[in-house]
Ligand binder design. Structure first.
Ligand SMILES: [Zn+2]
Length: 141
């Protein structure tokens, strides 16, 4: 994280080898953190299951378990995204928008290293999703 922040003051027109190394390091660290968190959550879930089987305050354990499961799902999604981003770094497609093929600005990559879209395409996608959601709502009536 600190390395990325130091670089922030300078601006690069393109993703340099140095930048790629920073992202690789950051993504690898984040991946390890997520994997650890997932392991911890799995242990929590196992503990909770034991407690649940002892019928101790079932409702609160059940909601705690739901919470643990949600964290695990979120981490699993993030892990997949980080692995994909690392794959793109290997293939040399990291930092290139999936939609338009333009370079994703470094500032955006730093804020969200797992992103696959530039801001314009992301906004377009979100607008489309909103439209779809609205269409679904209308279709319901
Ligand atoms: Zn784009």
């Amino acid at each position: 994280m600190n390395l990325l922040h130091q670089e922030e003051r300078r601006s690069f027109a393109m993703l340099t080898e140095k930048n790629k190394q920073h992202f690789k390091k950051w993504l690898s660290q984040r991946l390890n953190e997520s994997l650890e968190k997932t392991r911890d959550t799995l242990i929590d879930i196992r503990d909770l299951k034991d407690k649940l089987s002892n019928h101790v305050d079932e409702a609160s354990h059940a909601s705690a378990m739901g919470f643990a499961l949600r964290i695990r799902d979120r981490e699993a999604k993030l892990i997949r995204k980080i692995r994909e981003a690392l794959g793109r770094l290997e293939q040399g497609t990291f930092g290139i928008c999936e939609e338009c093929g333009e370079e994703i600005p470094l500032r955006r990559l730093r804020a969200r290293p797992v992103t696959t879209l530039c801001i314009e395409c992301k906004e377009e996608q979100e607008a489309e999703e909103r439209t779809k959601a609205e269409e679904v709502l209308i279709a319901d009536y």
